[in-house]
Write a protein that binds this ligand. Structure first.
Ligand code: PGA
Ligand code: ZN
Length: 425
């Protein structure tokens, strides 16, 4: 099934920043589109997104060169290729770029083509995207990690911790998980409003924080969970993304809000004290992206008490995941398509994570689009968990809603499970 047309153009993401959309067409007329998201707290080891950097044009953020690269070099590399051979297609994209970090043509350029071709392939096969991507093996609906309070780079550094999230442990179905998310999101908002703390929402839809300490945000979260009629720790667990790379300067971790500077050991001890005090089931990026020793030590100290997730640490990169497994540096991997830049490499990262007995968490970026590709990716691979931000704003709801549609489509084949977070390997 030959690719007969590849056309990219500049559209806009949820922050209003330019991004790439590619539309491909196959010889039977089937079309598929792919829109690329964009991070704010990006890891150093991510594949590189290409921005024009022209002053005076979208503050340097336009992506017209990436668009031109799709319409030129990448189109030339994939026109006439078989859309049903995703691995071959992605290999051709990688070869056309020729760099290890996809910086020549841009990971945003490559990914938009990779996603669009996957969609068109599913379309011509008359299969839902998840069925095509997963060879029909995907039946597990993901457990949501839902942001309630946003912070870090997504809220102008107003609290140090980037994501205060909930995990609906009492949910018996994906629908119940969303109901719990709804309850907690609105109740936590009401608690903040009653204290005069409500100041709008951050980039991923979680409440914009106005707290005097990071701990105060945990307290409001716990109040919101209780006010919603749920028992913290039993019905609803807490997940945090510390995004510690953004706190790391000159070899130290800086908690700006609390005017505290810690070395790796002191910062790890602070995280462990949070584990002791709050019903945390998952911790993401508690240490910086190259602090391998600190990660291994922290994992040993935490034991199986919670899920330990590497985001900036792994950047969905197979070699870094291999290194993490060898060093026993974590027990879960955040998965983001645009950190690595092709669909095939992303699926390979998920498979490697699962083969290690670790958990993949499919994730959105802080700059998102209406594209709900990742909902399909999560189900296709039986990843088991999905993190797309909060429970408002349509670029977030598009993903939660897409899983509802997939559930409807899978019918009684769909499964839903709560992982045993407290005995994470
Ligand atoms: P980002 O944030 O998309 O800004 O990198 C998401 C995350 O850190 O998980
Ligand atoms: Zn993260």
């Amino acid at each position: 099934m030959k690719i007969t047309s590849v056309k990219a153009y500049q559209v806009f993401d949820s922050r209003g920043n330019p991004t790439v959309e590619t539309l491909v067409e196959l010889e039977d007329g089937t079309q598929g589109a792919g829109l690329v998201p964009s991070g704010a707290s990006t890891g150093r080891h991510e594949a590189k997104e290409l921005r024009d950097g022209v002053p005076g044009r979208f503050a340097g953020r336009s992506v017209l060169n990436a668009v031109a690269n799709v319409n030129g070099a990448l189109a030339a590399a994939v026109l006439g290729r078989d859309a049903l051979d995703q691995a071959g297609l992605d290999a051709a994209l990688i070869a056309a770029d020729g760099t290890a970090d996809k910086s020549r043509l841009g990971a945003n350029a490559l990914l938009s083509v990779s996603m669009a071709v996957a969609r068109a392939a599913a379309g011509t096969r008359r299969e839902p995207l998840h069925a095509w991507l997963g060879g029909g093996q995907g039946t597990l609906l993901p457990l949501p990690q839902v942001q309630i309070i946003g912070g870090g780079k997504h809220a102008n550094g107003r609290v140090d911790v980037q994501d205060f999230m909930i995990v609906p442990l009492a949910a018996r179905s994906y629908e119940e998980a969303l109901e719990i998310a709804f309850n907690v999101y609105h109740r936590a908002g009401a608690v903040m409003r009653s204290r005069g703390l409500l100041a709008g929402v951050a980039d991923e839809g979680g409440y914009w924080p106005q707290f005097a300490s990071n701990e105060a945000a945990f307290d409001v979260l716990l109040e919101g969970i209780s006010a919603a009629g749920h028992v913290p720790g039993r019905d609803v667990g807490i997940a945090v993304d510390i995004a510690a790379t953004d706190l790391f300067r000159d070899g130290k971790y800086h908690l700006v809000l609390e005017n505290r500077v810690c070395d790796t050991d002191a910062f790890s001890n602070l995280i462990i004290s949070w584990l002791d005090r709050f019903p945390i089931v998952s911790i993401e990026d508690p240490l910086a992206e190259d602090d391998w020793e600190g990660w291994s030590k922290l994992r040993a100290a935490i034991g199986g008490r919670c899920q330990l997730v590497g985001d900036d640490l792994f950047t969905t990169n197979l070699a870094r995941i291999e290194q993490g497994v060898a060093r026993q540096a974590a027990n879960a991997v955040l998965i983001k398509l645009n950190q690595i830049g092709t669909v095939s490499e992303t699926i390979a990262a998920i498979r490697r994570t699962q083969a290690a007995g670790w958990r993949p968490i499919v994730s959105a970026r802080s700059g998102e689009t209406e594209d709900a590709f990742i909902a399909h990716l999560a189900v296709a691979t039986n990843a088991g968990q999905l993190k797309v931000g909060s429970f408002c704003r349509s670029e977030r709801m598009a993903k939660w809603n897409e899983v509802l549609r997939i559930h409807h489509q899978l019918g009684s084949r769909a499964r839903f499970e709560i992982p045993e977070f407290r005995s994470s390997r």
